[in-house]
Design a protein around this ligand. Structure first.
Ligand code: F6P
Length: 323
């Protein structure tokens, strides 16, 4: 394995640049020729390969986003497009591909590996929903960004004796909301994994008011059955609503754009080097992740077909601390 390509795909995540840097430097150290593919799978289908030397990835470790660019490629979902990608990779004498991205990207990686091409995935998304990794690259930074906003929102909420509903990202997964809720001191966390309706949320807010709290913080996962806007509307219409007035903030993409935390940079370094180690040992069709603090390789077949379960003991923790 001598000519290795790397791409970033799906939603960008803080630490992707640090992972590209690690991949390129670890590969170069093993005298592999490294290539970056701009704009994810779309760039692959365009047949663009940019030679990357160790010096080309200098000064990017601290940058959010991905200097290679990313895409949510609609075309790559088509079997014919993947066959075309395979031909493009072979025509350019690429021996292996490293895919840095979340669930959708790793499904793409699996499909390509099923065609017989050596692919190694790196678990990277702020959603932390990839099977095969306790923590994905980017979620620590996204949590810290959301938390900074939450801390600020609590200050103004307390001044006005308000309840604040903060919606965070996470797609179908409540992890980001849950850890933000615990770290931010939420009265209630609303996540897709636990059934909760507007009555429950209203009751929690009222209860906080009656207990004399100066504010109530509700962290809502975007994938919950009721999002923050729907909950706000329902709470206002609720006959029992009293006490706090409500304000709602949807954090959105601000959570993705930050400077990667130390923890994400270190994870990126470990993931990147481990991906190159895999390729050097002729191991592929796997995802690099971290489980119980150890770097592990999980078959892409499992990553593509299995759902990562949320640790619901964290939900209980959030509840206990809301008293
Ligand atoms: O997967 C990362 C993520 O930020 C999700 O949390 C969110 O639902 C989605 O991407 C937003 O996608 P886009 O950037 O395409 O709007």
């Amino acid at each position: 394995m001598n000519r290795i390509a790397v791409l970033t795909s799906g939603g960008d995540a803080p630490g992707m640049n640090a992972a590209i840097r690690a991949v390129v430097r670890a590969g170069s150290e093993k005298e592999m020729k490294m290539f970056g593919v701009p704009n994810g799978y779309d760039g692959l289908l365009a047949g663009t390969f940019r030679k990357l030397l160790a010096r080309d990835v200098g000064g990017i470790i601290q940058l959010g986003g991905t200097f290679l660019g990313s895409s949510r490629s609609e075309q790559f979902r088509q079997p014919a497009a993947r066959e075309r990608a395979l031909k493009i990779l072979r025509d350019n004498s690429i021996d292996a591909l490293i895919v840095i991205g979340g669930n959708g990207s790793q499904i793409g990686a699996y499909e390509l590996s099923k065609l017989g091409f050596p692919v190694v995935g790196i678990a990277s998304t702020i959603d932390n929903d990839v099977y095969g990794s306790d923590i994905t690259l980017g979620v620590d930074t996204a949590t810290n960004i959301a938390l900074e906003a939450i801390d600020r929102l609590k200050v103004t909420a307390s001044s006005h004796r308000r309840a604040v509903l903060v919606e965070v990202m996470g797609r179908e997964c409540g992890y980001l909301a849950l850890v933000c809720g615990i770290a931010g001191g939420a009265e209630t966390v609303v996540i897709p994994e636990v059934e909760m309706n507007p009555d429950d949320v209203t009751r929690d807010i009222l209860s906080a008011y009656r207990r004399g709290k100066s504010h109530a913080l509700v962290v809502v996962a975007e994938g919950a059955a009721y999002n923050a806007s729907e909950l706000t509307k329902a709470i206002y219409e609720h006959p029992d609503m009293a006490g706090f007035t409500i304000r709602t903030t949807i954090l959105g993409h601000v959570q993705r754009g930050g400077v990667p935390s130390a923890s994400d940079r270190i994870l990126a370094a470990r993931f990147g080097v481990a991906a190159i180690e895999c390729i050097a040992q002729d191991i592929h069709g796997v995802l690099i992740g971290i489980v119980n603090g150890q770097i592990v390789r999980t078959p892409l077949a499992d990553v593509a077909t299995r759902k990562k379960e949320l640790d619901l003991s964290l939900f209980q923790l959030a509840k206990v601390l809301a008293t």
